[in-house]
Design a protein around this ligand. Structure first.
Ligand code: ACM
Length: 548
């Protein structure tokens, strides 16, 4: 935060606090545990008394806040059983909820912040941008009884919110989760359900790992065999856990557009990941010219191709052209500023054995396969940049020299991210140690891919900014993200079990002020928060799981 932003926020808070004082509220020190908001807001003062939402409560919103006002009405309707009226201006004083966009609030709240002021007869929600109103609505819902998350009317509940004054904005702009339909296809409805739960927690990026050796899950019109052939397989790695069920399936371009729209309505940007040059087996089987020994591969029946194809493409001109064409369609479908190209785990040594690649390296003046790997990523980076987007890749893209505009996801440790930020690249921290939610939550868990548990308390200690990073470069740390690789996640219920409550811990590390993090207090709030997840029907690992 800049000094001027700090000063203006301080003045803003003073004004808000003083107005609470003169309206005669009990000026108690904020007791954030009683309200159990997750992620914990930046600043909160609890007043006395409460606001009651009733069937005739008016929702008042100017035109620029109208879309969010409708979302508030939609969010309240299922459990309360009433649809509140939405008006441009109040028809009477009292018992109204006002939503407004205020262009003066940029310095105080940024693009995603909000202020929420709850008095006995009026709730004021303000933000600089609609995203802030959306997050204010999420907080407002958490202040109501947990039953508000139920999907059908609940009788006999008073829909009250405590009087309070809240100022809130995120610490980081990238608050992500990754899911993996390449390994087990995820039906569209499950994706939407996952986005709903993300929005409830103020996550704003969903990275989708669409392609791998086990399957290609996104329609590319120019290369129809990618899905005709590449989307129909078993996930061989999880046979132990799911007994060889077939997980075929892919998203049509219309499905993708629907999902992108759904994400946008929830302020969740969908970030596509199209893997290259490794984890590309499904593409090679469909289009053998991408791989080693293309003529031999092409002559084999599909199932034998699968055995022989491997996962690594050969960076010949055909492959580069192919990937650029694929990315053009992907970019057309996804408005995300960031396009993820994988880049991880390529054992590129085999390229050195291909005469065609030896010649290519010589012509390009490349010393070894690491430089060839880097050259390949740079070709893709230049293409993505030429389309006005930014390439993101796993930290192996540092090897042999980083492409100019690339953003790095640091997964093997925080070191790659530190190295990239030190030379001015943007970074999202995604270390296995704290953010691999496909790893088990303790030593006694269902079969999973990871050996080392990533328990809840460890997630809460996640700090995306390495201590070694100079203050001036901290801006390059965009935030953090948890990964739910899908090899051992055959269904939505298990994905949710692995996600929650660890995602509740993670979101505090990327939203709430660092100084305010306190694990004991978090656990107290979490116990109440889990009642919300119960009401919403979201699965999670119970806090007493190990004791059972
Ligand atoms: C990764 O887990 N291979 C990024």
């Amino acid at each position: 935060m800049t000094f001027s932003r700090f000063i203006s926020i301080s003045i803003f808070l003073l004004v808000i606090h003083f107005s609470l004082f003169i309206m005669g509220s009990n000026h108690a020190a904020a007791d954030i545990t009683t309200l159990s908001i997750i992620p914990q807001p930046v600043e909160m003062i609890i007043g006395s008394g409460s606001f009651v939402i009733q069937p005739d409560t008016q929702i008042v919103a100017s035109d620029d806040a109208a879309a969010e006002a409708v979302k508030l009405i939609d969010a309240l309707a299922p459990a309360t059983g009433f649809r509140l009226k939405h008006l441009g201006a109040a028809t009477r004083d009292g018992n109204l909820i006002s939503l407004s966009i205020d262009s003066e609030l940029q310095d105080n709240l940024g693009d995603e912040g909000y202020s929420l002021d709850i008095k006995v007869n009026r709730i004021e929600l303000k933000a600089y941008k609609p995203a802030g109103l959306f997050y204010g609505i999420q907080t407002l819902r958490q202040l109501l009884p947990p039953d508000i998350y139920r999907h059908a009317p609940v009788q006999g509940v008073a829909w009250t919110l405590p009087c309070a004054s809240i100022i809130d904005y995120p610490r980081f702009e990238w608050r992500g989760l990754l899911i993996d339909p390449a390994r087990h296809f995820i039906p569209k409805q499950d994706m939407m359900r996952y986005i709903d739960a993300m929005a409830l927690h103020k996550f704003n990026r969903l990275q989708i790992h669409f392609t791998d050796g086990q399957g290609w899950r996104i329609e590319i019109k120019r290369y129809p065999l990618l899905t005709e052939i590449g989307s129909r397989w078993h996930n061989s790695m999880s046979q132990k856990s799911d007994l060889g069920r077939i997980y075929g399936g892919f998203y049509t371009q219309d499905d993708i557009r629907e999902l992108v729209r759904y994400g946008a309505e929830h302020y969740v940007t969908l970030v596509p990941e199209i893997e290259m040059p490794f984890h590309a087996g499904a593409a090679i089987v469909a289009y053998p010219k991408l791989g080693f020994d293309p003529e031999i591969l092409a002559a084999l029946p599909i199932e034998q191709r699968r055995e022989k194809a491997g996962n690594l493409v050969v960076p010949r001109p055909y492959t580069i052209e192919f990937m650029k064409n694929v990315l053009d369609e992907v970019i057309e479908m996804f408005p995300s500023p960031h396009i993820h190209i994988g880049g991880d785990e390529a054992q590129a040594d085999r390229w050195a054995t291909v005469p065609e690649m030896q010649k290519q390296m010589k012509e390009l003046g490349l010393a070894d396969v690491h430089e060839l790997h880097s050259w390949f990523i740079k070709q893709v980076d230049a293409h993505i940049t030429s389309r006005g987007r930014k390439l993101v890749g796993w930290d192996e893209i540092l090897q042999g020299g980083l492409a100019e505009g690339a953003t790095v996801m640091s997964w093997r440790s925080m070191a790659g991210g530190l190295e990239a930020a030190q030379v001015g690249h943007d970074v999202v921290m995604t270390p296995t140690s704290h953010t691999y939610f496909d790893y088990p939550q303790s030593k006694t868990e269902p079969v999973s891919i990871g050996a080392n548990p990533v328990p809840l308390d460890k997630v809460y200690t996640f700090e995306p900014v390495p201590v070694e990073l100079n203050t001036g470069l901290i801006k390059h740390i965009l935030g953090g993200q948890a990964q739910l690789w899908g090899e051992y996640i055959p269904c939505e219920q298990h994905r949710e079990y692995l996600t929650y409550p660890r995602a509740c811990a993670l979101i505090e590390t990327v939203w709430s002020p660092k100084e305010s993090l306190n694990y004991e207090q978090f656990i107290t709030r979490l116990a109440s928060h889990l009642k919300r997840l119960d009401a919403a029907g979201i699965h999670y690992r119970t806090l007493d799981h190990d004791a059972k």
